[in-house]
Design a protein around this ligand. Structure first.
Ligand SMILES: Cc1cc2nc3c(=O)[nH]c(=O)nc-3n(C[C@H](O)[C@H](O)[C@H](O)COP(=O)(O)O)c2cc1C
Ligand SMILES: CCCCCCC(=O)C(=O)O
Length: 389
């Protein structure tokens, strides 16, 4: 991916002789506005919305604006390299697609489109437990491209173990355990729209095809979907989890285990003590604890606490190349991208997601060069100014 940004920029200018109102958007704001045009209230606000008064959702973005890049000059940024290494594997760039469930509410191709877009750019795709398409269908369209599996820890430990077995069997490279969503937060927009996709049978694909989940039902989901959905609502999340439960997971997989949803440095230290392989600093895109610290503000103390021991990734509010550069300069090894990909999916399916990611990569590469850096290893706090008072 050497000097990717210049190539993409050149391609855009070359293929366009004048501005074309029908072409795909460039900016995040434009993608979001176009997605708003094509989605009904229920699905749009399910994606765009956050918990409570959306303080954390907004703060995820504002935190980036508080940090300023202080570019360095005359440092030869002619040849650049965006690649990183994680758990012994090389990745072309520091971007991953965040796990996002129920994508069929956004586009009929759902996760298959997003996964294929990721594969085309060699960007790891994180399949959600709550995906509409099954983890096997998604793995199949991705071939050998990098893919991770996000686990929602079911109340039934045998379902949890079965999910992990299935993910391993079809070639996922890591398990991401999301800790911040053992239950749905108070999401005012969804309550107002009376919109919960799972109750209409969306996002349950992995469950309805799971042999253990099915064995707990009186009749198969195809015959009695209402019973299956009811069982899903009772077992989906596990607010009773403790650190000890992670030992159960370790017994069931040799894959790297990452914890997603860590915001407190003491929890990061606990993760290290319990043999976890990596951390994703995240507040679930402001969708769970309203008033929670923004992801970017949570990042530096966590990097300080465990950054030498394990890779620290982050998500929440990544919209542009400068955001990627800021997060990496604060010590994140890589970043996950959530809503921007979903707006790309809404507007133009697979092509839309690919365009969003391609442009973000190009912007990242160019911003890195203009900041005087040539590789991820060169990004550090010396090019950042924190203007927060
Ligand atoms: C519609 C939607 C569904 C999501 N579903 C999941 C999920 O199934 N599992 C998960 O761990 N996180 C889920 N997330 C959270 C994302 O993985 C990620 O943490 C968040 O979107 C990052 O913030 P951003 O949207 O500002 O990039 C979801 C987010 C959205 C917007
Ligand atoms: C009952 C909670 C299911 C949430 C699954 C999708 C998700 O994570 C989200 O944020 O929405």
């Amino acid at each position: 991916m050497s000097n990717f940004g210049n190539k993409v920029q050149f391609e855009v200018y070359q293929t366009m002789t004048k501005p074309d109102p029908d072409r795909l958007p460039i900016s995040y704001e434009e993608w979001e506005a176009k997605a708003r045009e094509v989605l009904n209230d229920g699905p749009f606000y399910y994606v765009a919305g956050g918990a409570g008064g959306e303080e954390t959702l907004k703060d995820n973005l504002h935190s980036f604006a508080r940090y300023k890049i202080v570019p360095r000059m005359l440092r030869n940024a002619e040849d650049r390299d965006l690649s990183i290494e994680l758990f012994g594997k090389n990745y072309d760039s520091p971007l991953l697609q965040a796990p996002i469930g129920v994508q069929s509410i956004i586009h009929e191709d759902g996760e298959l489109a997003s996964a294929k877009a990721s594969a085309a750019l060699n960007i790891p795709y994180i399949t959600s437990s709550a995906s509409t398409k099954t983890m096997e269908e998604i793995a199949e369209v991705m071939g050998d491209a990098p893919k991770w599996f996000q686990l929602y820890w079911n109340k039934d430990p045998e379902v949890t173990a079965s999910f992990v077995r299935r993910a391993e069997a079809v070639g996922y490279d890591a398990i991401v355990v999301t800790l911040d969503t053992p239950m749905m937060a108070w999401r005012e927009k969804d309550l107002k729209n009376v919109y919960l996709p799972f109750l209409i049978g969306e996002g349950v694909g992995n469950y309805f095809t799971d042999p253990v989940f099915r064995s707990r039902l009186e009749s198969p989901p195809e015959e009695n979907p209402a019973e299956a959905v009811m069982h899903w609502t009772k077992t989906f999340g596990n607010p009773g989890l403790t650190w000890e439960h992670l030992l159960f997971l370790r017994e069931h997989t040799d894959l790297p285990i990452l914890l997603k949803g860590i915001l407190h440095p003491d929890d990061a230290k606990m993760a290290h003590e319990y043999g976890v392989d990596g951390i994703i600093v995240s507040n679930h895109g402001g969708r769970q604890v309203d008033g929670a610290v923004s992801s970017l503000d949570a990042l530096p103390p966590i990097v300080e606490a465990v950054g030498k021991e394990m890779p620290v990734l982050m998500d929440g509010g990544i919209r542009r190349g400068a955001d990627v550069i800021k997060a990496l300069s604060l010590g994140a090894k890589a970043v996950l991208v959530g809503r921007p990909c979903m707006y790309g999916l809404a507007v133009a399916g697979e092509q839309g997601v690919q365009e969003v990611l391609r442009n973000l990569l190009a912007d990242t590469d160019i911003t890195m060069a203009l900041s005087g850096c040539s590789s991820m290893a060169e990004l550090n706090r010396s090019i950042l100014l924190n203007t927060k008072r």
